[in-house]
Design a protein around this ligand. Structure first.
Ligand SMILES: NC(=O)c1ccc[n+]([C@@H]2O[C@H](COP(=O)([O-])OP(=O)(O)OC[C@H]3O[C@@H](n4cnc5c(N)ncnc54)[C@H](OP(=O)(O)O)[C@@H]3O)[C@@H](O)[C@H]2O)c1
Length: 283
């Protein structure tokens, strides 16, 4: 039995779809904060169990009988270490055979501020003694594509990533990798550094938006403070704006670049090209 946390989220849903192609639905558990959100999965035979990272008693029930567990990192940035600790403790109590965790690219050396909670979670996993495998994911291409509509409206794509190359991949690529690891034997102890086959700077992304849309979009590189202020100016909450600006600075230092193609090797196909995802965004 394979349990997926965060299964109502965007990555979690894609992992469940991948697993449904490989396993009987009854062997898959969608562990979700709100089971009503996963009623469609229950209707397809997936076991849906309540699991809130902040409520350890729900985690004990959700992980019962789990051979493998995918801990999808929480979206509640700043709360994640305590939440993940609850998950790891419950996995230990349940005697889970192997835990896979969605971390960040080169978490141990990453310049991104976001990496701190992942480093701490990796340390908790190590200290727990649980067999575990790290899925260190680079950026989702979808993160940057969310900025395409405002870039088209203003003719400017803003960021702080400078000349940093970004090896992003689609959520679906990372989901395929997670599913491949979950169904494979002997994964304990492995560390996968997962990133897209293609790397681009934000200026190259702006050029691709221009090419596909026919509307000129130029990249404007801002200081970290100016980018964070601009993001707040369009309504993003301050912590999110600061986190995104810091992540771009991390990207400018190469924190989201990788040329080793581990992701495409793992999933047995090339990662989804930026141009393909952009095309779908522009439709
Ligand atoms: N690599 C990247 O570029 C990148 C980008 C964004 C995020 N991430 C990380 O990757 C994770 C998965 O990405 P995603 O796109 O699937 O994010 P998402 O769609 O926001 O999904 C996050 C999931 O976490 C669940 N969650 C949050 N707090 C929880 C709690 N207290 N107890 C149980 N579940 C909780 C959410 O449950 P609900 O459905 O109930 O809200 C949701 O299912 C994110 O959570 C974040 O840690 C990575």
């Amino acid at each position: 039995m394979i349990v997926i946390t965060g299964a109502s989220g965007q990555l979690g849903r894609l992992v469940i779809e991948e697993l449904l192609n490989r396993l009987p639905a009854a062997q898959i558990v969608a562990a979700v904060r709100d089971p009503a959100k996963a009623a469609d999965l229950a209707a397809r035979g997936v076991q849906v169990r309540a699991a809130d990272y902040t409520k350890p008693e729900t985690l004990d029930a959700a992980f019962k009988g789990a051979d493998k567990l995918l801990l999808i990192s929480s979206s509640e940035v700043g709360q994640r270490v305590a939440q993940h600790r609850n998950v790891i403790d419950a996995a230990k109590r349940a005697g889970v055979g192997v835990v896979a965790y969605t971390s960040i690219l080169r978490a141990d050396t990453s310049p991104l501020g976001l990496a701190a909670e992942h480093r701490e979670t990796e340390a908790l996993l190590k200290a727990s003694g649980l067999p575990h495998v790290l899925l260190r994911n680079s950026w989702y291409t979808e993160n940057y594509l969310a900025s395409v509509p405002p870039a088209l409206a203003h003719g400017v794509f803003i960021g702080s990533a400078g000349e940093g190359k970004i090896s992003s991949a689609a959520r679906a690529d990372y989901a395929a990798a997670a599913a491949a690891v979950l169904v494979a034997p002997n994964q304990a102890g492995k560390v996968y550094e997962l990133a897209g086959d293609e790397a681009y700077t934000l200026a190259e992304l702006a050029a691709e938006i221009t090419r596909q849309s026919g509307k000129t979009v130029v990249y404007q590189n801002l200081s970290e403070a100016d980018f964070a202020a601009a993001l707040q100016g369009v309504g993003l909450p301050a912590p999110l704006a600061v986190m995104l600006a810091d992540s771009d600075i991390g990207a400018s230092k190469g924190g989201l670049f990788s040329a080793d193609h581990q992701l495409s090797h793992l999933i047995g196909r090339p990662t989804t090209p930026l141009g393909k995802l952009l095309k779908a965004t522009l439709v």
